[in-house]
Design a binder for this molecule. Structure first.
Ligand SMILES: *Cc1c(COP(=O)(O)O)cnc(C)c1O
Length: 411
């Protein structure tokens, strides 16, 4: 029997120079001096650019690629992506402010999420942002606020489909959900929409996040398009766009393999003629978060203590779950597994040992790497957590235990 342990996908997007990881062409030691303090997040501009080009190359011509700001709202990163993508997906009033500060047309910004406040809906109408309607209450508020402002709100209906996406890290559609309007309700709602003053654009259907199985994503996208076609049949209003959501995964854990987006692109390309025959010039939109930015970012934290407890080596770092909840395993994971981690200033070191890397918080939940083989590290060395460009700082409880907030840089 072969005993091959599953490995992390190689993190070769960041070259190594003189034993030191480089990001944006800058050796990590130098970048740390430039930032001036640890911990910090660093995002690589060229990797973001390359990822957008790669996705565009795989997807049918004319598909609109949106960035879902929820994954990483750092303004410099959002402004960089504004030059590259066709639009943004926002999920809060705060994200709306960030998106509206960029050069992206408000009509290419879509506002999703449950519980949108009247104030935010009103701001969205005034800005010309497309609102994804997720409840009857939202439809009513949009209707009368639009009337008050003298603007016909731009809307899409977010549909909670009558099926689920299998093997998704987080399910966001199918069954009973707080997201969107149940598919069964949509025909009635379209009638109401048509009788009021709205600019109706189409449907938004998104089933789940962090999926690495191209076959399952293809099945889900096919069923999503079938559902959109079915709903379009009874619609008194033309369907101009179908937003297919996001959810493309990236490899985090040992054994995870990169998603085959070429296969997904081929499926969408095959469906386009049929969709156009039924709906006319319909626009397909993908709104990706994690897959666009996740692999372009690292979290860097410094070893401040090294101790041995009953034979086990612990490296204690100056940041942990307060800055990077997901890497600690407490953001949607059922069983804790290690993110890819390395000692960033000792990338070529041949002397290695099994260690547990923990943050400075007084809770056993604060673990960045558990019993992982790393280069032998001392106080002062730099621990790097890869795959940290999405749902990193923005999804972390920075106030917990009152440590300073980490810096973020785009290089
Ligand atoms: C979170 C979210 C996305 C992005 O999901 P990823 O898995 O990061 O691609 C896209 N659309 C909506 C509506 C979302 O809530």
């Amino acid at each position: 029997m072969t005993n091959t342990k599953p490995l992390h996908a190689p993190q070769d997007q960041f070259p190594v120079s003189g034993g030191c990881l480089t990001i944006g062409g800058i050796p990590l030691n130098r970048l740390t001096q430039r930032v001036g303090s640890t911990p910090f997040y660093a995002y690589d501009r060229d990797l973001l650019t390359a990822r957008v080009a790669q996705i565009r190359g795989a997807m049918p011509e004319g598909l609109s690629l949106h960035y879902s700001i929820k994954a990483n709202p750092m303004p410099a990163l959002v402004h960089h992506l504004a030059q590259l993508v066709d639009g943004f997906d926002i999920a809060s009033g705060g994200e709306m402010s960030i998106a509206l500060d960029t050069t992206v047309e408000p009509g290419c910004i879509s506002f999703t999420g449950p519980g949108k406040s009247e104030q935010d809906l009103s701001r969205a109408i005034a800005a010309g942002v497309v609102v994804h309607v997720e409840s009857r209450r939202e439809l009513n508020v949009l209707s009368w606020v639009g009337e008050r402002l003298g603007i016909a709100p731009k809307v899409m209906i977010r549909v909670n489909p009558d099926f689920e996406l299998k093997a998704s890290g987080m399910k966001m559609g199918g069954g009973a959900k707080q997201f969107g309007l149940d598919a069964e309700e949509v025909p009635g709602l379209l009638g109401e929409l048509a009788s009021r003053d709205f600019q109706f654009e189409g449907f938004h259907i998104f089933c789940g996040s962090q999926n690495l199985r191209a076959d399952l994503i293809i099945e889900e996208k096919s069923r999503t398009l079938d559902l959109a076609l079915r709903l379009a049949q009874d619609s008194p209003l033309p369907i101009r766009a179908i937003n297919l959501g996001g959810g493309f995964g990236i490899p985090y854990f040992p054994g995870d393999e990169r998603l085959d987006i070429g296969a997904i692109g081929n499926c969408l390309t095959e469906r386009l003629p049929g969709l156009r025959a039924a709906l006319g010039e319909v626009r397909l939109i993908l709104e990706l978060g994690r897959h666009l930015v996740g692999e372009a970012g690292i979290y860097v934290t410094r070893v401040i203590d090294r101790k041995v407890s009953r034979g086990q080596v612990f490296l204690v770092t100056d940041g942990g779950l307060n800055h990077h909840l997901a890497a600690s395993g407490n953001f949607g994971q059922v069983i804790r597994r290690n993110y890819p981690v390395a000692v960033g200033n000792k990338m070529n070191s041949k002397t290695r040992e099994t260690v547990t890397v923990v943050g400075p918080l007084c809770t056993p939940l604060d673990t960045l790497a558990e019993k992982m083989e790393l280069a032998v590290a001392e106080v002062g060395d730099l621990i790097v957590v890869f795959q940290s460009g999405a749902y990193g700082l923005t999804a972390s409880p920075v106030h917990f235990l009152g440590h300073p907030k980490p810096e973020e840089v785009l290089v």
